[in-house]
Design a protein around this ligand. Structure first.
Ligand code: 2E7
Ligand code: F3S
Length: 356
């Protein structure tokens, strides 16, 4: 699963040439979204792989991409992680880490049957949704799981109660889905959806099923909604929004959609600065920049350096929330770290405060 990691931009026109092709009214500037980048679940999952490599040694197997970011995956591969699609690719007796997106009980069982040692790096906010699915299925509810079929997180949550769950992919499906009993119905969701689109799906479901119950607490997580809120503030002023994130990163792709919905004149997603196309700058005075929850800050810095080369060297951060959530590491790892006297990763804070 090794991928090239371009960091050096290809030959480009000079800023002067770009400016001559399409003059810009006003100064060139960047509005940098905050919060952006790593969430607490990603931080925890990536550290889990790093600590496993440090304390157990390579190879450490990881089922699926630990998080959906090419740079993170290739960096961990270089350190000795081996990414597999399924647990049957892991040699018996070896260690496998489950990704941040979560796994169904069937995957856990199959790892047990193969005698694998496991570390579960599922984000605790996904585990919360799994627990809701189990609990409502036990009470004989039908669950409408709003999310994208085929995404690992949706496969995991669905797998908790397949007999009781139907997936709703989009607003149109809300208009046609058939349910067993409209009075015993609850919706749950993937954690990384568009907040607005999800509310539209729920509105359309409720038009048909007025007794549809809400989840006990929001399933779209704090990181997803905070990153969308920040780009919503920037988008109306932006001629261009660049989102750093990988193509399979649901929350990153949502940020491009949200930017366009809220008035950005154009928006593109890139994995690396080298993918920024200089034609995007023609006639552009204000560039918005953000990054998905699986994106290391170094990749944003690369984009900012590139923008500076094109004259976008005034960077204003637009802060809409402050985040200080930190999750404790997976329990299987905590025991080992304690045994080995490794206290390099504290157990931390909670809550996301609104910005000043
Ligand atoms: C786990 C979960 O890895 P990502 O890009 O994942 P998405 O779900 O957006 O494709 O981002 C971090 C992350 C988000 N949600 C990890 Cl359940
Ligand atoms: Fe968890 Fe949300 Fe991040 S579900 S992995 S905190 S995007």
């Amino acid at each position: 699963m090794s991928v090239p990691m371009p960091t050096v931009p290809r030959k480009r026109r000079s800023p002067e040439e770009i400016a001559a092709a399409a003059p810009v009214a006003g100064p060139r500037r960047v509005l940098l979204a905050a919060p952006r980048g790593y969430c607490a679940g990603v931080d925890r999952a990536v550290i889990a792989v790093e600590k496993a490599l440090e304390h157990y040694g390579a190879p450490v197997y990881v089922r699926k991409q630990i998080v959906h970011n090419r740079h993170v995956v290739s960096t961990l591969e270089e350190r000795g992680a081996i990414f597999v699609e399924e647990t049957d690719e892991v040699p018996e007796g070896e260690l496998v880490i489950f990704s941040a997106h979560g796994v169904s009980p069937a995957v856990v069982r199959s790892a047990e049957e193969r005698g694998l040692r496991t570390i579960d790096a599922t984000c605790p906010l996904v585990t919360k949704v799994h627990r809701e699915a189990v609990r409502f299925a036990k009470d004989d509810y039908e669950i409408l799981l709003i999310g994208h079929e085929g995404h690992e997180e949706v496969e995991g949550t669905y797998g908790e109660a397949p007999e009781h769950t139907q997936i709703v992919n989009n607003p149109d499906e809300a208009d046609t889905i058939q349910v067993r009993d409209p009075d015993k119905l609850i919706w749950l969701s993937q954690t990384t959806l568009s907040v607005d689109e999800t509310m539209e799906i729920v509105r359309r479901l409720r038009e048909r099923f007025p007794n549809l119950q809400d989840p006990p607490s929001d399933d779209i997580c704090y990181a997803t909604s905070n990153r969308q809120a920040a780009i919503k503030k920037i988008a109306p002023q932006a001629d261009l929004v660049i989102v750093v994130g990988s193509a399979n990163s649901s929350n990153s792709v949502r940020l491009v959609e949200v930017a366009l919905e809220y008035g950005a004149k154009a928006s593109y997603r890139v994995d690396f600065a080298s993918q920024v196309d200089e034609s995007w700058f023609e006639g552009v005075a204000t560039v918005g920049v953000t990054s998905g929850a699986s994106v290391p800050e170094v990749l944003v810095r690369d984009v900012l350096s590139l923008l500076a080369q094109y004259g976008y060297d005034q960077v204003d951060e637009v802060v809409t929330a402050e985040e200080d959530i930190l999750f404790s590491l997976p329990k299987e790892l905590r025991a080992t770290l304690k045994e080995k006297g490794d206290s390099s990763r504290g157990l931390g804070g909670r809550g996301a405060r609104p910005a000043r």
